[in-house]
Design a protein around this ligand. Sequence first.
Ligand code: C5P
Length: 322
Amino acid sequence: MKNGENSGADTSHGARARWVAAPAKLNLYLHVLGRREDGYHLLDTLMTFVHVGDGICVEPAENLSLTVEGPFAEGLDAGEDNLVLRAARGLAGACGVTDGARIRLVKNLPVASGIGGGSADAAATLRALCDLWRLSPPPEDMAALALGLGADVPFCLAGQAGFVGGIGESLEPAAVPPPDASGASVVWAVLINPMVALSTPAVFAAREGPFSQSSRFKDRPREASELVALLKERHNDLTQAAVSLAPEVGDVLGALEASEGCLLARMSGSGATCFGLFGDEEGARQAAAAISEAMPLWWVVATRLAADSAEVTFDGEIAAGS
Ligand code: C5P
């Protein structure tokens, strides 16, 4: 595993305080292939990161503690059940660590919104604490620990855009999003959440109709339009279910589809966050500004896609854009 590659020393909080970015994920497509006996669904999904996320800061302490701050701190339970603390306790238990840590979570992402905020936080906590506690557990142990915390945590921990299968444990890197000459994604996105929290189990339970086929591709799209052409042949199988529970999702998709320059509008994960894909920064920023003005209560962000979570930095502020 890669330890602390996103982190930076924060001397204002002690020499060993480390910030680690917890970038959001997007499901570029999501096919539901079947349902296991334990209720979990088998998926074929293509996932990527964006330059928007939460932040985790850890520093040495005798005991484990968590404080939550930031725009979406309210309403998030910082108690023992919080995924960040569960990740910390799981790592300490697996590695026989008796040290504690003071953990701060900066919650920039809406909660229960289909862009993997809680999973990103858990993965960032594992990375940060491996760095703080100087641990290098075997990758397969880390992957198992991650999966026990949530189906999206292995992807967030591995940090590479790609196809995800099983219930979230099977990872295959993919050549997306297309990079420019400097390696940065040429694809931009506008993320919108109508400020409706959707329960993932409720959305899966509301899904109707037959299961889909796996639809991985071998292509290496070179431009936003080529990626979008591939995505248009695929879909998010949870969209109808999410719309039935939260009709606002349909309004968000409509607003994105009506935006100039929007190449594709789609829901991420089990919603309610939707994204529009754009071939340039200016188009994404203009669309975000226009929608934000028309719908001031929606959470609207323009951001670049990221193939590797290590591209995404966090210094205590929301990292949106480059
Ligand atoms: O693993 P995680 O806690 O993120 O999953 C939350 C819920 O979402 C599960 O309890 C399950 O109802 C549903 N889920 C699923 N199939 C997946 C991932 C999640 O049915 N592959």
